[in-house]
Ligand binder design. Structure first.
Ligand SMILES: [Zn+2]
Length: 500
């Protein structure tokens, strides 16, 4: 191109323009004589940089299409990846406003993901011209230097809960179910006080996949190993789970001992939420029916309450970690009556709607960092029943629950009943062989110690601490590392809390 232009220059110069006054030396003379060429080069450079920025913008947009933007990829093992969703057609979303991008970066940094925060700002098109961004990146770099590697991976405490009590009056009303609730449930004020205390004491919620993860060794064998957790000095990682996120009929006022009818909530239920739904803001929330039969939407169980708490205290969650949720299958999941046998009762259309809604909730939960797990199909004690029965129960789960919530690699044993004593699992144990073949790699029982963990060659096993009425009343010292029972224990609880 420049060759075409050069022959023009003499033509132009033929007009012999007068030398301007600013041409006073050799340099300015050269500048003046060659001005058309210089101008041409400048225009070319400008066009080139425009084209380059266009290419990088579209590359970034394409990148966003194929890569989730806030899920740490290493914490999602291959076996438990969320069900694939199709990419909506118009997702070439423009880069967010500078303030919004900064807010997202700060959010990542508050969850100790400084690399993610730095990446977000430094690859943005605002970065080079925005000193606020550059300063913030320097700050993230400095803060990340203060992280220390957690050196006690073998002892990470794991706490668990059941459905939280919303209405103490209906829950502790003296009927035959009161004792069970008093033993195994936690009220909402108790849960909040526990979280406050743990937060103040420096606890940070981590994912079980941060604790240990599967990798392929040099011989091509899939193995399990401890992960790395990097937190500021004085912080302590912990894992959380919730069992029976099913909203059973007996709790919501529709008792059917054979679970043959799809349960619906009643005003004379025992004062619990009855389902998880997707809130208007896209976050998971709950539906709850009060004693007058009025339905409310809001934070009536652990999932939305913990979401609220983390929104208020982003430094309580390590890299977006949430709790593990364990579901059985015999009454459906999350309060949706998805058990296939309910199709007759509900009619095909209504049954399919239950399934679609439950699937959407499962995806919403996964999108927000919650980990979905099996709590077995029928809630039997796996340690007590035969290997054949374990296998049959696991098959039933795979047939009825897996299609709704997707693959799971975590199992939370009902009644804490483990399939083996404290010695390691081997494939000689037919129950382990069956569960391993069904895709399970993380196995959790119940244990009152601060931590109990076992890293096998190809699995991880851990104990979980029940933070409920039984634990607080009978062995308060066993939770003294987490909170002071005197400050947490709900005065509405009937005492003494019964023994097991
Ligand atoms: Zn259970």
């Amino acid at each position: 191109m420049s060759e075409q232009r050069n022959p023009n220059q003499p033509q132009r110069r033929r007009r012999k323009p007068r030398r301007p006054k600013w041409v006073t030396n050799k340099f300015t003379y050269t500048l003046w004589r060659n001005w058309p060429l210089i101008r041409f080069v400048l225009v070319c450079l400008l066009l080139l940089s425009l084209a380059l920025s266009l290419v990088t913008c579209s590359a970034r947009a394409i990148g966003k299409l194929f890569k989730g933007d806030d899920q740490p990829s290493e914490s999602t093992p291959a076996v438990s990846g969320p069900a694939e969703t199709t990419v909506p057609p118009e997702t070439t979303e423009p880069e967010p406003e500078p303030d919004e991008l900064m807010r997202r970066a700060d959010e990542l940094a508050m969850g100790y993901d400084y690399d993610g925060a730095i990446d977000l700002l430094s690859t943005s098109s605002y970065y080079s011209a925005n000193s606020k961004y550059q300063d913030r990146v320097k700050q993230y770099e400095a803060d990340s230097q203060k992280l220390v590697k957690w050196d006690d991976m073998q002892n990470i405490t794991h706490v668990f809960f059941h459905t939280l009590v919303v209405d103490n009056e209906r829950c502790f009303d003296g009927d035959y179910r009161e004792d069970g609730y008093n033993l195994y449930m936690t009220t909402i004020p108790e849960f909040l006080k526990m979280m406050e205390s743990m937060y103040e004491r420096g606890y940070v919620l981590v994912s079980p996949y941060d604790v240990a993860y599967e990798y392929v060794d040099e011989n091509g064998q899939t193995r399990m190993k401890y992960g790395e957790i990097w937190l500021p000095e004085g912080k302590t990682p912990f894992v959380m789970s919730q069992d029976d996120v099913n909203y059973y009929g007996y709790m919501i006022g529709d008792i059917d001992p054979d679970f043959e009818r799809p349960a619906v909530p009643h005003a004379d239920g025992d004062g619990f939420a009855h389902k998880i739904i997707i809130g208007e803001d896209g976050y998971p929330t709950c539906e709850y029916m009060d004693a007058n039969g009025q339905i409310h939407v809001g934070s009536y169980d652990l999932v939305p309450i913990l979401e609220d708490f983390i929104r208020e205290h982003p430094d309580f969650s390590y890299r977006g970690a949430r709790a593990i949720l364990g579901m059985t299958g015999y009454e459906g999941v999350f309060g949706y009556r998805t058990k296939p046998a309910y199709e007759d009762d509900l009619g095909t259309e209504a049954y399919q709607k239950e399934c679609e809604d439950a699937k959407a909730v499962a995806q919403c939960l996964r999108d927000h960092g919650w980990i979905l797990a099996s709590h077995t199909y029928g809630h039997p004690s796996y340690g007590v029943i035969s290997a054949e029965k374990v296998e049959a129960d696991s098959d039933e789960w795979e047939r009825t629950v897996q299609p709704i919530i997707g693959d799971c690699d975590i199992i939370l044993y009902p009644n804490g009943s483990d399939i083996e004593g404290i010695s390691k699992y081997t494939f000689d144990n037919p129950k382990f062989a069956a569960l391993y073949a069904d895709g399970y790699r993380y196995f959790y029982n119940v244990d009152s110690h601060v931590a109990w963990q076992q890293l096998g060659e190809d699995y991880f096993r851990g104990g979980r601490r029940n933070l409920d009425g039984y634990r607080m009343w009978h062995t308060p010292k066993k939770v003294a590392d987490l909170f002071d029972v005197d400050e947490v224990f709900d005065p509405d609880r009937p005492t003494p809390v019964p023994s097991l």
